[in-house]
Design a protein around this ligand. Structure first.
Ligand code: SAM
Length: 288
């Protein structure tokens, strides 16, 4: 078959194919869903979801009776192929996760990538995302940030990741974390990133929504004072002073700190402390 007729066949298949809608759902408050999302969930042939009970509750709230198909990390491979078959046969399908935007630390990558590769139209229906919600109200710099998904569960891997992130101290960092590990993670953030400003967004959009702000050590102490730590957390980490091993040369250390954006007086104070000499002595050396 010539490439022209192959292209023609693919175009014809695309015309017949359904569309895959990637639909964001609420992260707590059921009102946080767009009109368009509700209409899409009403109109599609099926909604592919992680937990059918959870999505049924959402659909019931909006009076929707659309059939559900389970699609989660354990059946993703088989289900993705099946859903692609339905899309190619002309069904419109909506993909949702339990909460927030599908594919953001949630299943969906496989079906979306398959659909794109097969030339099926993929349509995003944007809405809630815990990471963006936390960042937007954090009060920390938002011009450039890195979303890192869930922090690793084990401390050595977590520290390694944080060390990598410390290579780009100008970026605000955003992570997801569980209530069981939040205190240990804050201790690692403090140790590796030099006790930066952090904002924890807890239970966002829910009745007990809360923001905890301060240095990592302060926020950790506030949590440790609680009888128990409950809820869902997003961790936002502010810009950091680059924490690097002291080279041994205080003058070079001042230059390095100033280059990374630190005020010169502050850099001299810090470098003098690291070298175990007085500020005055360091001034004298710098003058020389
Ligand atoms: N796809 C989702 C999104 O767009 O936000 C994230 C799914 S991920 C499996 C779940 C994690 O997101 C939770 O463990 C928590 O760290 C964070 N999260 C979800 N809902 C949250 C909320 N209401 N408040 C704070 N963090 C939340």
């Amino acid at each position: 078959m010539g490439s022209g007729s192959r292209t023609g066949l693919m175009a014809a298949q695309q015309l017949m194919a359904g569309q895959l809608f990637v639909v964001a759902t609420p992260i707590g408050n059921l009102g946080d869903i767009s009109y368009r999302a509700v209409e899409i969930l009403r109109g599609v042939a099926a909604v592919a979801c992680e937990d059918t009970r959870q999505t049924r509750r959402l659909l019931d709230h909006y009076g929707l009776t659309t059939p559900l198909v389970s699609y989660h990390e354990h059946n993703e491979a088989a289900r993705a192929a099946e859903l692609l078959g339905r899309l190619q046969a002309g069904d419109d399908i909506a993909l949702v996760s339990d909460a927030g935007t599908p594919l953001i630390s949630d299943p969906g990558y496989r079906i979306v990538s398959l659909a794109v590769a097969a030339g099926v139209r993929v349509v995003p229906i944007p809405g809630a995302c815990a990471a963006v919600a936390a960042l937007s109200a954090s009060g920390l710099a938002t011009d450039s940030f890195r979303f890192g998904g869930f922090l690793p569960r084990k401390s050595p891997e977590r520290k390694r990741l944080l060390e990598q992130m410390n290579q780009e101290p100008h970026l605000t960092l955003v992570f997801y974390e569980s209530p069981h590990r939040i205190v240990a993670s804050l201790a690692d953030i403090e140790a590796v990133l030099g006790n930066p400003q952090v904002v924890l967004g807890r239970e966002l959009t829910k009745i007990h929504e809360e923001f905890l702000r301060g240095r990592a050590s302060e926020v950790r102490a506030a949590l440790e004072n609680r009888p128990q730590i409950l809820g869902e957390f997003c961790v936002v980490i502010g810009r950091r002073e680059r924490v690097a091993a002291f080279s041994g040369d205080p003058a070079a250390e001042v230059a390095r700190l100033v280059e990374s954006g630190m005020d010169r007086m502050e850099a001299i104070k810090k470098a003098a402390r690291a070298a175990g000499i007085s500020k005055r002595e360091l001034y004298r050396r710098l003058e020389r």
